[in-house]
Structures are given as C-alpha cells and as structure tokens.
Design a protein around this ligand. Structure first.
Ligand code: AMP
Length: 282
C-alpha cells in the first residue's frame, strides 16, 4: 500500500492506472476506521483492480461549533486496517493541499439538502459535494462506494453525479451495525458508558416504526409522532434533532405514505450526534 499526501501525485497514479485499462475503486472516509468502513473497502475491492481509500477530515463540511477539532483519529490503526484490506493507495492530504487560500469553487445540490441533516447543518452538504467532486477528479474512479447510514449524503452524491455526468458508478452499501443494532460510527467513541448502553433504542424505535407503517399507518406525521413518543420513553437521555419520513430519492418530507419511504433520525446523545435510518417498502 502506498500512502499519498500530494493530490497531484495521487492523480498522476490514478490516471496511469486508468490508461493501463485498470478499474479504479474509491472509498472516501474521514478515518478512525470501524467495520463499516472496512465493509465498504471489501465491497469496492470486489469491483476494481486498484482500490483507493481517502482519509480526510474535510474542514469545509463542518459548521462553527461542530466537532472538527475533536474528530477522533488513529492514523497508525487506520493504516494497518487499510493494509489488511489490500488497499493500493491511502490518500491522506493536508487541508492546505486540498483548498488553496483563494479556493472559490463549490458544488451543491440544495434541493436535496434542505431537510434532515441539511436543516441543522446548512453548509455540510456543500462541503461534502465539493470534496467528493474533487476526490472524483483526483482519483478518476470507475466505482465509488458510500454507506447508506448517511442516506442523504448518498442521495445527494447520486444526484450530483447524474446532473454533472460524472463517469462513476455509485454503490450504496447497507448499514453495518453492532450486535445490539447500534449503527457503527466513528462518533460512537464520544458516548459515555450509559449513553452507549441506551443507544440501541435508536434502531429499535425505527424497527417499531417500520412495523407500524407495514401494519397500515399511512400518515407520516402520526408515524413520526409515534417514534418521538417511543424515544421519549426508551431514550430519555437522547435529544432528537429530527425524526422525519422522506421520499428516499428526493429527500422531501412525505405526508401520506404511498410508496417506499425513508424514516431518518438524528439524536443528540451527550456529545455525540447519532444518525440512523430505515427504508420502509409499502
Ligand atoms: P465517515 O468516515 O464517517 O465519513 O464515513 C465514510 C463512509 O463510510 C461513508 O460513505 C459512510 O456512509 C460510511 N459508513 C460510516 N458508517 C457506516 C456504517 N455503520 N455502515 C455502513 N457504512 C458506513
């Protein structure tokens, strides 16, 4: 595995691979690898000849007062894990090499970024789209794998790729969970023991909601209120940022549930803001 810090050097290597006719796979991450990240790497590995993993805590997707400075990191651990997944190139750039002091170009998909996480994190998805577009330019991937845990991010990236005719196949990977159902996240490390013990209620509530909808509930507001009550009872230490049912592609809130619907939640648990979702087919 080669570690790249210089964007242009990585780009030269990836362009070379593409000229050689090799399929390049990309997994963008912010590091502090867990089994979710490693599953994305396995998934990409199967679909490419050269696997590029990027590890970059992208400052422009963090708002003021968010956890940019505290984001967990363990470079040596990540390096070993990436090596064990037969990653060919691990890209670990410095912010100053990704963003010139007079960086002035942004990519956004505002229509899909007004609800869910976009509501409380107004600049987040602009930062995500911009860095992912840059990573696509730098690595020239045939295929890029993203997690469904960040469903809104995945929907936005799919739309960006379609609208800008970026020649990459986007693959969404299912959510990887702990045995008790908690979605794996680098941010789980912020949880106290007590919060960690309570956190599986996030997933359990979503499963109950799915049962309710499959059982005939068609009013999305009532379904969301049901989940809010459920969390008030089972997760009193959690402060919901949102509990919303949206259409899975357009990320617009639905009123009447008439087709597939995504129930998505963000719950503040102490220092950690945890997100999870479930796709409900009716
Ligand atoms: P992050 O490092 O948190 O930005 O995540 C990098 C990629 O891993 C994103 O595409 C995430 O959606 C994905 N990811 C993070 N956690 C999980 C998980 N528990 N299951 C599946 N994918 C995940």
């Amino acid at each position: 595995m080669h570690i790249y810090t210089d964007p242009k050097e990585l780009q030269r290597q990836c362009l070379f691979w593409r000229r050689e006719g090799l399929r390049v796979g990309l997994v963008p991450t912010m590091g502090y690898f867990h089994a979710g990240h490693l599953a994305l790497m396995d998934c990409a590995r199967k679909q490419c000849d050269r696997l590029v993993v990027t590890l970059f805590v992208n400052p422009v997707q963090f708002g003021a007062g968010e956890d940019l400075d505290k984001y967990p990191h363990d470079f040596d651990g990540d390096k070993d894990k990436a090596e064990s997944k037969k990653v060919d190139a691990l890209f670990v750039p410095m912010s100053r090499d990704m963003y010139a002091p007079d960086h002035a170009t942004w990519v956004e998909v505002p229509e899909l970024a007004t609800h869910l996480c976009g509501a409380s994190r107004p600049i987040h998805f602009r930062g995500v789209c911009t860095v992912v577009a840059k990573l696509f330019m730098l690595t020239q991937p045939n295929v890029a794998v993203f997690g469904q845990k960040d469903w809104q991010q995945l929907a936005i990236i799919r739309r960006m790729v379609r609208d800008l005719d970026i020649p990459v196949e986007i693959v969404g990977h299912e959510i990887v969970r702990e045995a008790d159902g908690l979605a794996l996240s680098s941010r789980n490390t912020y949880l106290t023991e007590e919060e960690r013990a309570a956190a599986p209620a996030i997933r359990q509530g979503l499963l109950k909601l799915a049962d309710k909808v499959r059982g005939g509930e068609r009013d999305a507001d009532k379904a969301a209120a049901f989940l809010a009550e459920e969390y008030a009872r089972t997760l009193p230490m959690g402060r919901p940022d949102y509990i919303t049912l949206v259409d899975p592609d357009g990320i617009r809130p639905v009123k009447a549930i008439e087709g597939p619907v995504l129930a998505a939640v963000a719950i503040q648990m102490g220092k950690a803001r945890l997100i999870d979702n479930i796709l409900i087919e009716v």
